[in-house]
Each structure stands twice: as C-alpha cells, then as structure tokens.
Design a binder for this molecule. Structure first.
Ligand code: ADP
Length: 599
C-alpha cells in the first residue's frame, strides 16, 4: 500500500509518499508559494520556481516525487469539515464545492487545501483522492461542548459552534498511547496536548473526543506560536473599535501568542534560551503558556471526571522538557506525578515513538508521543480509497430493517382498548425471534393532530411504548426524545384510541435510537460488544450515507439486523432488502476493520 499525503498551507506545500508501515518513500517541500522566492525541495535538491503556486509546483515536481511508485490513494489534509464532514471523504466535484462553502469558517486554511486538491486531482486523476478533516475526530463532541452561549438562532444561521482541530493528531497519539500501555482505548480517559506552532488539548474519553480547547476556528484555547488562544470577546470589540477589524484579525492570528508576549518571535527554543538568561518578556511568555496549559488540563480532567493518561506531542510537546515539567507542576491532586529525570531525558523519534515520563507510583501515566499526522491521514485515506466493500474487509453485511411507527402495549392496555380478556392477534412474524406484527391497530392522538391505523407489535410488554419518527412527532405536535427501546422514563405521553376504549398514557412516546441486534457470535466477528456505538455505511443509489451513533445490542436470542425508522431510511433512499457495512470512522470500534483494510 502506498499513499501520497498532501498538506497545503497558504504559502507552503508538504507532500509525502508513505507505505503501510509509515516509511517515507519520497518527500516534497515547497515554501513561499505565490512570491518571487517560491521554491521547492525534492529529496534534498532545491529548485527555485519564482511566482509558482501549488499547481505549478506539483506540475514541476510530481513526476520526480512519484517516480515508479504505484500509488493507491492520495490523502489530503483539510482543516475545516464544518457540519458536513465527520469522516474521511472521497473527493469529487460536490465534495470540493462543499469544502469551498466552508471557506468562511477557515479563511486561512481551506482555500490552500482546495488549491492542493484541485492541482493533485488534475495530475493524478486515476486514483482515489480522499479529504481527511482536522475537525472530524471532534464530531463526537456532545452538544454542550459544541455550543457557545450566544443567541441560538444567530449561532445556527452562521454555523457558529465549536468544532475543534488537530483531530488527526489527537486520534493518532491517543491510540498510540493506548497501544503502548497495552490497554483498550475504549477503557481509557486520555488528555492529549498537541503543542506545535498551533496548539490544542483534547479530552479523549473512552476513544471519543468529548472536549477540546480549539473552537469554531483554530484561535481558541491554548497560547500558540502566533495565535492568542482564549481571550475575552470584549477585548476584540474594544480593539476593533480602535484598530479596525482587519488589524485585530491579523494581530490575533499572526503576532500574538508566544511571538506577541515575548517580542522575539514564535520559536520556543529562542524563548527558552533568552528566558534562561533573564529576559523578562520571554519568562512571562513561558509562564502564560504553561499556566494556560495547566488550567486546561485540569478542565479537561474535570469534564471526564478524571484522567488515566496525559500525552504530550508535536514540536513543543515532544521536545520541551521545560514546558512539560511546568505543565505537570502540582498535578498530584489528579494522580499525575512527573519523573523529572525521565522527562529531561525523553527523546522520541520514529524508532522510539513513545516514552513514559511519569513516576512508577503515578496513577496517571504521562507519556511523550511522537505524532505522525501524515501516517494517520494515509491510513484514513486508504480505508476510504479502498471502497466500501473492502473497508469492511470481508465482514458480513448487516441487513437493514425499516421500522414504521408502531406500538407496544401492556396486557392491561390491550384490554382497556380492545375489551376485557382480549389477546393480541398475530398477523405476521418479525425478524427478531418471537416478535410479531398484530392485526390490531390504534389511533394515536397528540396535542396537535392524530395518526390513524398505527400497528401494534406483540407480544405484550411490561410497559407501553409508542415508537414514531421525527416527522410523526412533528405531525402529532409533541417532542419525543431519542431513546433505547424500553427506556421510557420521563418521556411524553399520548392518547391511544381503540375500538373498546381509550387510554391516556403519562409516558411512552419515543423516537427509537437506531440500533443493531446481533448474537454474541456476530459480535465476536465484528469485534464489538454490547452497548458499543458504531458507524454503519449504507450504499444506495446516489444517496450513500453513514449512520453514526448506532447502538450495538447483543443477545443470544437476537438475529443480525439494524433497525432504523422511516425518516432515516428515506434519507438514504433505503429500499427493502438493503444492507449496511460497519465501518471505523471514530477509531473507537471496528479497529479490526481498519487493521484488515490497512495491513
Ligand atoms: P507545526 O504546528 O508548525 O507543525 P511543530 O509541531 O513543528 O509545529 O512545532 C513547532 C514548535 O516546536 C516551535 O515553537 C519550536 O520552537 C518548538 N520546538 C521544536 N524543537 C524544540 C526543542 N528542542 N525545544 C523546545 N521547543 C522546540
């Protein structure tokens, strides 16, 4: 397997060819693109190319870079995937257009990413190109971590929410840390600190990003090379009045952070050197950087109710013993004890990518991990490049069952609605053994409207439950929460009308959470467990869709089938007899899938 990974900045271009072990088979670096000094370096040799842009460099250098290598895919780093992209995505004209639409959210990054994509697709039209988004790993942030506390309507209208960045690095190093510790990532709470020129920290709870320090743009959070990180929005307003918006934009992005604090630039090595000689501004820069970092580590630990592993990565995280030791000062209350000698001596590289720097008695493991974003992009590009069937590496397809709105009743309700002693009349068996659709139907009455002829499913249950789609609940005029079957506590009630009477329920209306029934044997084949949450890709005619948040339910009496409602089926134009493939989009489950596809 050979993948070309392309990472385009506004005036730079990095391209690497990697094999499945992460070995670099070729490397191209271009800088100062668009200027008279534009140049590129290919395998050591520098070529001046005045005025060249991304396309011109690729045109000039691509043949030399690729040589005889048979590439399987091209992975493109794309900084902002917005709401639209939560997984690596095969590029076509529509995906390009969607990335273009996201430019207002990442004006510095997405245009450069797109320039690289367009040029590379032109030069390598025959192989799959895949966009891998910095934001995708954070698609699992809960709503409370996504939201800014501003006017909800304004936020919705302008896509204002927290997205998070550096996702490929946070995903890569959190997994590498778990592998190093020989632990299952699904059982660890990890805080990953990616400290490069850009910096962000992430709470990776049981394999999923649940909080991160960057927000709608890569400006929020930690102190960075030239970016300010957290700032009272009042400062922006006050400065904008004085200096104008463009100047404030430039200042906060390009001359703040370490550069702004220290006055000597954004390279931490220089700042450490000068601080050690007594330079007050450089000392202050270090203090602000490490204080902010410690504050955020504490906050991320609080979000997860504790932490098991603390990871430092990227240029500063991998190299600065000083920053690591200051960040870990007085962390004993969290159970984190730094081994000062191990910290000072730690030097990660490709041969030794992970080093432990905590004391043996430290409950929290503190690790330095060498990140490899290119390898992560190559892996992700590779899985998508292989196509859906190969992603699943021969795993069975999962039949899809579409659940129309239906009702489960207690025996007591059956008798109240159909008369004393009434027994439900089976009409036809359902896919799950012992379950059946009944002849009986009811009218469901909501505050706004009613729906006639809703089918009852048998046998009777200990609690009444009415399962409707989002469209139905809107029609009825009631908000039904997304719940697992059987979990009806504190849900809204409705009135049911039958031929012999009516029943007004105090609870029971839900929008069923999508789920897969499977046996323990199936679970072993898929490499999942009961209550896992997985992604399932549906291949349909022109409306392919990946369903996230699919709950796995394992029981010996179940038959393998994924259940979705009519709204969900319509969204992907799923017909009867359709099936889906479990895929690995979050890195949390289905590692089996990735391993099969990659190795
Ligand atoms: P980018 O976000 O551009 O990929 P890097 O991950 O390469 O950034 O990190 C760049 C930062 O790492 C710079 O601030 C640099 O000073 C810092 N850095 C690199 N090596 C060292 C070192 N030995 N000691 C301290 N800081 C270092």
């Amino acid at each position: 397997m050979k993948v070309l990974v392309l990472n385009c900045g506004s005036s730079s271009l990095k391209a690497d060819i990697l094999d499945e072990n992460g070995v670099r088979l070729g490397s191209l670096r271009a800088e100062r693109l668009g200027s008279d000094d534009a140049r590129y370096r290919l395998d050591g040799a520098v070529t001046e190319l005045p005025g060249a842009d991304h396309g011109a460099v690729l045109a000039h250098a691509m043949a030399g870079l690729v040589g005889d290598h048979q590439l399987d895919a091209v992975g493109h780093r794309v900084v902002h995937g917005g709401e639209a992209f939560s997984a690596p995505t095969r590029l076509d004209a529509q995906v390009e257009a969607a990335i273009e639409e996201l430019i207002p959210l990442a004006p510095l990054h997405n245009p450069a990413n797109l320039a690289g994509i367009r040029a590379a697709r032109e030069f390598l039209p025959a192989i799959p190109h895949v966009a891998v988004f910095d934001t995708a790993f954070h698609a699992t942030l809960p709503h409370r971590a996504q939201a800014y506390a501003i006017d909800h309507d304004v936020a919705s209208a302008h896509g204002v929410r927290r997205y998070g960045f550096h996702g490929t690095s946070h995903a890569f190093v959190s997994r590498a840390a778990a592998e190093f510790l020989d632990e299952d990532p699904r059982e660890l709470r990890v805080i990953t600190c990616h400290l490069g020129n850009g910096a962000s920290a992430c709470a990776v709870e049981y394999g999923r990003s649940v909080e991160t320090t960057m927000g709608m743009t890569p400006l929020e959070g930690l102190v960075m090379g030239t970016r300010c990180g957290d700032l009272d929005p009042g400062v922006v307003i006050a400065l904008a009045r004085e200096l104008g918006l463009d100047e404030v934009d430039r200042m906060l992005n390009r001359s703040s952070g370490l550069a702004g604090l220290s006055g000597v630039g954004n390279d931490l090595r220089d700042i450490e050197e000068r601080a050690s000689k007594g330079d007050e501004r450089c000392r202050m820069a270090l203090h602000v950087l490490t204080h902010r970092l410690r504050k955020h580590i504490g906050a991320l630990a609080a979000v997860m109710g504790g932490v098991d592993v603390l990871v430092f990565t990227a240029g500063i995280g991998e190299n600065s013993a000083l920053v690591r030791s200051r960040a870990c000062q007085r962390m004993e209350f969290l159970g984190a004890r730094l081994d000062r000698d191990a910290n000072r001596d730690a030097k990660v590289d490709r041969a030794t990518p992970v080093i432990e720097i905590s004391e043996p008695r430290s409950r929290v493991k503190i690790l330095v991990v060498a990140t490899d974003e290119e390898l992560e992009i190559a892996r992700q590009a590779c899985t998508v490049g292989l196509g859906q069937d190969q992603i699943a590496g021969g795993l069975p397809s999962i039949p899809i069952g579409i659940s129309a709105r239906h009702i489960h009743l207690t025996q007591e309700s059956v008798e109240a609605l159909f008369g004393p002693g009434h027994q439900l009349t089976p009409r036809n068996p359902l896919s799950q053994p012992g379950q059946f659709a009944c002849e009986e139907r009811l009218t469901v009455v909501g505050p706004k409207r009613r729906i006639e002829g809703v089918r009852i499913l048998g046998p009777v249950r200990p609690a009444n439950q009415i399962e409707v789609s989002r469209t139905d609940e809107f029609f009825l005029g009631v908000d039904a929460p997304v719940r697992n079957s059987g979990d009806v506590k504190n849900t809204p009630g409705v009135t049911l009308i039958g031929p012999a009477g009516q029943v007004t329920l105090s609870e029971g209306l839900i929008c069923a959470r999508r789920h897969i029934h499977m046996t323990p044997e199936d679970a072993a084949v898929f490499g999942v467990e009961d209550k896992d949450v997985v992604d399932v890709a549906i291949h349909s005619e022109g409306r392919d869709l990946v369903f996230g948040d699919v709950l796995v339910r394992v029981k010996a009496s179940y038959a393998l089938e994924m259940h979705i409602d009519t709204d969900e089926a319509n969204a992907a134009e799923i017909k009867r007899g359709a099936s889906g493939k479990m895929i690995d989009a979050t890195g949390r489950v289905g590692r089996l899938v990735r391993r099969k596809a990659w190795r």
